[in-house]
Ligand binder design. Structure first.
Ligand SMILES: [Zn+2]
Length: 370
């Protein structure tokens, strides 16, 4: 009798175990994918290479296996800008230079951030520039020209972005139309901070506007803002427990190119790489996450070339065999193919050579299992 009961119990346990296993697998498959898109503004292959020549540690770029290239031209100019570049990522359509979230015919297009909000995603934006600057703006605003910061800020307060950190306080607080958008955000259940990256309030949306315009560059003494804001956002989303879309911009790699400033370029690339390290740790712990690291375009026509020393007396130059120099072709954007690095679930989709607006479609297809 005892034997019989034992066998029945064993069978029951086995059945419930199998049942459990099955339902566990099902929930994992159905869990929506977290998306992290990192944009190194102006970051081409030569910029990335500086991390390998001038960094102290092995760059985090080396941790990626799924790598591709994008073609960046806009509909109006072969050499694009950050507005058209980010709009291609955010809407899936190429558009004209300077356009923010608008089609090539100047019609507003739904952005990936808006689409995913409707699918119950949390959303976040981190940038070193004003949060109304071209790259972050393309994810929530719809204006004809990137310089319309005050209009972009008006779109921002309607966007309901759950977490943001960057600069641009003046476009909210000290506006030519005298509107106080800072107070409007507070009224919309935001916890705001204009001094530091304080602990978020889990029951509110959280925003950090830490400069009137942009944050300082690394050469001007910026601290670990980009890593800290990224970590804070990831902690907030994780504690909330809903899927998220998070765009993080390393904005000043582009500035290094425009200023033809090798030191600025190097330091900003290394800071961005450090931030990639923060995100890669998160992806390792949370495998249901897809990370894409890319850029809108290259800036400076940068190359890594031979380094020379000039003899002060004779004026003769001799090559330094164990060193390289960062050379700039000019102070403008260039048209080289731009690397794409992907990690995590569905990252294989990002292999190959394709147009910049494909990034949008690849992300949405990954989310929707297409
Ligand atoms: Zn630029």
């Amino acid at each position: 009798m005892i034997k019989k009961t034992k066998i029945i119990l064993l069978i029951l346990t086995a059945i419930s175990y199998i049942g459990c296993k099955k339902s566990n697998i099902e929930t994992t498959q159905e869990e929506p994918l977290n998306i992290i898109l990192m944009v190194g503004d102006g970051m081409g292959l030569a910029q990335i290479s500086t991390a390998f020549y001038f960094g102290e540690d092995t760059p985090n770029f080396e941790q990626f296996k799924n790598i591709g290239f994008i073609k960046t031209p806009s509909t109006s100019h072969t050499i694009t800008d950050s507005a058209a570049g980010a709009t291609a990522f955010s809407t899936g359509e190429k558009t004209y230079k300077r356009a923010i979230g608008m089609s090539k015919d100047s019609l507003p297009l739904p952005t990936i951030l808006e689409t995913l909000q409707k699918e119950d995603y949390q959303t976040g934006l981190v940038s070193l520039t004003p949060i109304t600057h071209a790259t972050p703006a393309a994810f929530y605003a719809h204006v004809k020209d990137r310089d319309l910061h005050e209009d972009i800020a008006l779109d921002f307060i309607k966007s309901n972005v759950d977490f943001f950190a960057g600069g641009g306080l003046k476009h909210f607080k000290r506006r030519t139309d005298k509107q106080d958008l800072y107070s409007e955000l507070l009224a919309k259940n935001y916890k705001l901070d204009s001094v530091k990256l304080s602990k978020f309030n889990i029951n509110k949306k959280n925003g950090y506007l830490l400069a009137e315009e942009g944050l300082p560059s690394k050469t001007e003494g910026r601290n670990s803002f980009l890593q800290d804001a990224t970590q804070l956002g990831l902690d907030y989303f994780t504690e909330k427990g809903k899927p998220f879309f998070f765009m993080i911009e390393g904005s000043y790699i582009d500035w290094g190119g425009h200023a033809m400033d090798a030191e600025l370029l190097k330091q900003e690339v290394l800071d961005f790489d450090k931030t990639i390290g923060v995100v890669l740790k998160y992806v390792k712990k949370h495998p249901n996450t897809l990370l894409i690291v890319t850029a809108d375009h290259e800036t400076g026509g940068v190359s890594i070339g031979k380094s020379y020393v000039i003899d002060e007396e004779t004026g003769e130059r001799s090559e330094e065999a164990d060193s390289v120099s960062i050379n700039f072709n000019n102070d403008q954007h260039s048209g080289t193919l731009i690397p794409v690095f992907a990690k995590g679930k569905d990252s294989e989709r990002f292999q190959g050579i394709y147009e910049n607006n494909e990034i949008y479609h690849k992300i949405l297809n990954a989310i929707h299992h297409k």
